[in-house]
Every structure is written in C-alpha cells, then in structure tokens.
Design a protein around this ligand. Structure first.
Ligand code: HEM
Length: 412
C-alpha cells in the first residue's frame, strides 16, 4: 500500500475533481444508518423422491416448483449469516411433509457449511436435530461474505428419516437421496465505525495480526497515581493528512474523533493535536536500587482514537493503549482495527480488519534516562516510538516507521 500510495501521491492534484465525484457517490451509498450486517439470499430445498409423502411449504417459505404429484421445491429467504469457524445462516419458514392427514414439518432451519457438505438443522416435529445433509461443492468466501451451493445432493439424516417415517406412518424410512439443495447468499459487512465514519466494507479480515506478547509480571510493584492519562496520537503527519483532506471537504469534525471516554490533548489550540487516553490503572517496579535501566511499569489507558478519512475511504482506530516500560521490550500495546477500503483508487480495495489487541509500537528507551521530579516522579521525555513489526502495515506504516514520541511521568 505504501508503495502504491507514494507513486500515486504525485497524481493527487489532478485527481481532485474525481475525489469530489467519488465522495458524492459514496455519500449516496451510505444512506443507511444500519449498524448491522445485511444478508440477502435464499435456500431452495427440493424433495422430489416422493419417499417422504407430499411436500409443501411453511410460510414465509414458498413452493417455487411442483415436481410430480408429491415432490416440490421449497424456497426460503436467508436473512442472517455468520462467518466464524463455520459459515452458517438461518432460513425463514420451513418445509412440510404429509401423508393423508398425517403431517410433520421442519421449521427454524439453520444451515452450516463444512468442507464438502452442508448440514441443515431445525425443529422436526417439535424436536431440534440435524434434519438434512447435502453433499456437493459448496463455495464460501468468509472475507467477502458469500456462500453458495448448487446441485447439492440432499438426504435426510438417519434420525430425521426415522422421525418422518413414524409421524407419517410410512412403510419405509425415506433413506438415500431425496432431492437437491441450492443455496446462495451474501452479506454486506458493516464495520463498527460505520456511524462515526461511514466507509463501506469491501472484505472482512478477522485475526489479521499476531496476538500481543504477554505483559511482564512485576514483582514488588506499587500502584501508580500518575500518569492520569496517556497522551499520544500515532503520528502527527497522519493526523495532519487526514484533517487536511477532511477539512477540504467540510468534514473536519469527523477527522479525528475521540471516543469511549478518550479526549484530545490540551491545549486545544491545534485541530490536529493528539489524543488523551484516561489511565484506569498503573503499576511500577523500581527493581535494582540506584538504577533506572531495569525499572518496569505498566500503564493502562482507556478510550478510542478514531482517524477517519472518508474522502480517501479509510479509517484506523486505536483503543485502550497500554504503555509497557520493560527495557528492550518496552512498547505500546493496544486494540487496533482499520478499514482501508480505498475504493480502488490505489489499486485493489483493502479489507476491514476487525479489532485485535496487538503490540502496536516499540518504545526505544536506550537513549532515554528518566529524570526525577517533585515527590519522586520519574519522567521519561520524548521516548522514540516506532511501528512494530507485528502491527505493520497499520495505517499503511511499515515496521520501524517513526511515530510520535511519547512522554510519560510515573508517580506513586
Ligand atoms: C482514495 C484513496 C486515497 C487517496 C486519494 C490518498 C491520498 C493521499 C495523499 C495525497 C497523501 C499525501 C498527503 C500529504 O503528504 O500531505 C496521502 C498520504 C497518506 N495516506 Fe492516503 N490516500 C488514499 C487512501 C489511503 C488509505 C486507504 C490509507 C490507509 C490507512 C492511506 C494512508 C495514508 C498515509 C498513512 C499517508 C501518509 C501520512 C503521513 O504523512 O504520515 N491513504 N494519501
């Protein structure tokens, strides 16, 4: 992304008119205030064998095709889907089987994709169980939020076949292939800052970053009374870029948003100033007396900094930063997330990377000696901060990119 960005930045002036047009079309696109994912699609369950009596639909599902005297295709819409370890969705309505006056229905149908099969569970005659299995070549894309199966071979599970036989008083349980299954649905993901920033999600990436490393365990630590806030804002040039772009579009108030109890740093002179994260708790261990080089501290900040650039179709967020003072392992740990859609202007659209706690930045204490102040406070001034290898390329910044230095005053 950085290379592409660098190459294209020179073209920017000429593209200004284009941005205006895109910004307009995007604002149309973002008319919805919905904070939830939207799934549309349908599932078509075809039971054509006649082995399970006469087939009909339980509304709002409908019979979309009759097959012979008994068989039918029943189609129900899919309105919610999940894309976790397995992809799943629920189907509206159900399917009914009857034999004379006897009848049994499957309702509350949930479907789950497993490699080459799909399992449909539901309430059959009032009991929750796996009802159908279908084999075929399902296609799922959890990043894009799409799932489909065409021409799946449908069978009842053993338990369901026995139940249908009993309820309908059939001579034989409906074993073997009974028909087919077709599935097609897709989900438009909505990111967690849709309301605050309004960038469309192109694809979703869960677990994009390596997990944060374990915090040090401090021995003989004392609780800190200071700092009362962590004052930091990632990188001044990033804030300036975002604020500038947004201000030019009359959206300056959306550019740098302090959320979840965070604030902006004082004094409130510069519109591009950083963020202030209130500290909820801190601990400090002096360790060897007379030496500050092995001092350790963990300072927990709270709140969110949201960097929102709808004009360039991205946002990045930093939540609950923790400062860790621990020699060569000194760092800023935080929950980060970003939607770097970009809208194709610099090549392929980027993903929405869902929130994760990571080692965000490295603190270089090698050249910083804390100074002792009133009441024994320790002040580390302008600690050099750089983008960590594990978070990079966060906000497109490569590992090692210099971020804003941070100053921390620790006091008991
Ligand atoms: C429509 C797409 C985009 C356009 C037109 C665009 C345009 C630009 C321009 C003109 C600059 C130079 C600003 C300056 O030096 O004053 C810039 C810088 C930058 N852009 Fe974008 N950008 C786009 C998408 C993105 C995306 C998706 C990200 C992801 C976070 C991003 C992150 C950055 C960063 C980090 C900088 C450098 C800021 C700094 O100086 O530290 N941009 N972009």
């Amino acid at each position: 992304m950085s290379n592409r960005l660098n190459r294209h930045r020179s073209l920017i002036a000429g593209l200004a008119a284009f941005f205006a047009v895109f910004a307009f079309s995007m604002s149309q696109f973002h008319g919805s205030a919905s904070a939830a994912d939207v799934t549309t699609g349908s599932v078509a369950i075809t039971v054509s064998s006649g082995k399970a009596g006469k087939v009909s639909a339980v509304g709002p599902a409908t019979v979309t095709k009759r097959i012979g005297k008994k068989g039918a295709r029943v189609t129900g819409s899919v309105s919610s889907a999940t894309y976790d370890a397995t992809v799943g969705a629920s189907v509206a309505g159900g399917i009914r089987f009857s034999n004379g006056k006897r009848r049994i229905a499957v309702t509350g149908i949930g479907l789950s994709f497993y490699k080459s099969r799909v399992v449909l569970s539901g309430k059959l005659g009032g009991k929750q169980l796996n009802v159908f299995k279908a084999t075929g070549s399902p296609e799922v894309d959890t990043a894009k939020g799409v799932a489909s199966l065409s021409g799946g071979k449908l069978t009842f599970t053993k338990a369901a076949a026995a139940k249908v036989r009993k309820a309908l008083k059939l001579r034989k349980a409906p074993r073997g292939r009974i028909g087919g299954l077709g599935i097609q649905f897709n989900t438009t993901f909505v990111d967690q800052y849709h309301e605050q920033c309004g960038v469309a999600v192109d694809s979703r990436s869960v677990g994009s970053w390596p997990a944060e490393s374990a915090l040090p365990v401090l021995t003989g630590a004392t609780a800190t009374a200071r700092p009362t806030s962590i004052d930091w804002g990632l990188r001044a040039s990033f804030r300036g870029y975002i604020f500038g772009t947004m201000a030019a579009a009359g959206k300056s108030e959306k550019a740098l948003q302090a959320l979840d109890g965070a604030g902006r740093t004082n004094p409130p002179m510069s519109p591009t100033r950083g963020f202030s994260f209130p500290v909820s708790a801190g601990q400090y261990a002096a360790n060897s007396p007379g030496s500050s080089s092995d001092d350790q501290a963990i300072i927990n900040g709270t709140g969110t900094a949201l960097f929102c650039n709808t004009e360039h179709f991205f946002w990045a967020s930093i939540t609950d930063p923790t400062i860790v003072i621990d020699g060569a392992n000194s760092r800023i740990v935080a929950t980060i997330s970003q939607n770097i859609n970009g809208n194709g202007m610099f090549g392929a659209n980027g993903p929405w990377q869902t929130p994760q706690r990571v080692d965000l930045a490295t603190l270089d204490l090698s050249a910083v000696t804390p100074t002792i102040g009133e009441g024994g406070t320790l002040t580390y001034t302008d600690i050099p901060v750089s983008m960590s290898a594990s978070a990079a390329p966060f906000a497109t910044y490569r590992a090692g990119t210099a971020l804003d230095p941070i100053t921390v005053t620790i006091g008991a």
